[in-house]
Design a binder for this molecule. Structure first.
Ligand code: ADE
Ligand code: ZN
Length: 327
């Protein structure tokens, strides 16, 4: 029988979480006051992170919420608040997405964003949480904008502050191939590569195919539609390419946890992990809630949950020595 205590005690890696999606109403209110931004809320209780159905509706709420993040202190505090939660949840390693273009397009400098986030990452090491940053390009923006962002990141990548690049936001009409040359260059510079492929996107299987076969990603985010293509699934499994599932997040945007696909991938030995995505916009469900609720739904016991946690370390971008210490 699976208990919350067992999950809470289990060392884990969180590999799919957007820092902007962890902004809770309390801090959002504090930042709004400090920066004198009118968000039409008299208290944190007036801030509503719910939205209607679908990715587009979620993204509207997500971009609206993050507008209060303006200073290095704001980025520090959102990151510190999240990493404290991870320490309390026995999360040993985090690969944290951030969306620089969601801020630079509002006139915030790349430096402000990364300096604030990075300072909190350094402080959280004392809590026993090791964190690496993965920079996502917003796929509805131009390839040129992605190139510019990659150039801004270069000095920080060279200092070891950013280890990977990803692709997120509005997927319709914005396939992986749109960014092929940018990802090629990122790979040449030594970044790990990953990409979101939403299973509900009409061209989802084609997007997964492009990500795996053309871009040659090191990991795949969501991508649950891969179960519709036996060859691609066989490739993912034989190459032991990690795949990050966020079942509770799926439930919040589309009332479907993708349980069948996740269970199939798990049963076939894919390196599949469970993650939170945007916990503040997904009912406040952080990683331990995701493990518990989805584990319950699948009727899993401790063995399956241990395997999921092992998969999270197995597909993490950490040294073989670090990996061995967790496995
Ligand atoms: N950006 C942040 N969260 C996202 C998600 N779940 N899908 C696409 N883009 C995102
Ligand atoms: Zn995501």
């Amino acid at each position: 029988e699976l208990t919350r205590e067992f999950i809470a005690g289990l060392p884990k890696a969180e590999l799919h979480v957007h820092i902007e999606g962890t902004l809770e109403p309390e801090l959002e209110f504090t930042c709004a006051q400090r920066n004198q931004i009118d968000i039409q809320a008299k208290s944190p209780a007036d801030i509503d992170h719910s939205y209607g159905y679908g990715l587009t509706e979620f993204l509207k709420a997500y971009y609206r919420g993050m507008k209060v993040l303006r200073t290095e202190q704001d980025f520090y505090e959102v990151t510190w608040s999240f990493l404290q939660k991870m320490a309390q949840s026995n999360v040993k390693h985090v690969e944290l997405f951030f969306d620089p273009q969601a801020h630079t397009t509002r006139g915030i400098t790349f430096e402000t964003v990364i300096e604030g986030i990075h300072a909190a990452i350094v402080d959280a090491q004392a809590l026993g949480v090791d964190t690496q940053l993965v920079m996502c390009f917003l796929r509805e923006l131009s390839k040129q904008s992605a190139w510019k962002t990659l150039a801004s990141a270069k000095p920080y990548h060279e200092k070891g502050w950013i280890i990977g690049v990803g692709l997120d936001s509005a997927e319709h009409h914005n396939p992986p191939l749109k960014f092929m040359t940018v990802f090629d260059e990122a790979q040449r510079q030594g970044y790990f590569l990953t990409m979101h492929c939403d299973p509900k996107q009409v061209d989802s299987v084609e997007h997964v195919k492009q990500a795996l076969e053309v871009i040659e990603v090191d990991r795949l985010d969501h991508g649950m539609s891969i179960v519709q293509n036996a060859d691609l699934m066989e490739y993912l499994i034989s190459q032991q390419i990690g795949i990050t599932a966020c079942p509770i997040a799926y439930y919040y945007t589309r009332k479907d946890m993708e349980q069948k696909a996740i269970m199939e991938l798990f049963a076939k030995g894919a390196v599949i992990s469970l993650n939170s995505d945007d916990p503040s916009y997904k009912g406040g469900n952080y990683i331990n809630d995701v493990y518990y609720k989805f584990g319950q739904k699948c009727g899993w016991g401790e063995d399956e949950i241990v395997q999921i946690a092992q998969n999270s370390f197995q597909s993490a971008w950490i040294s073989p020595e670090a990996k061995a210490s967790y496995l």
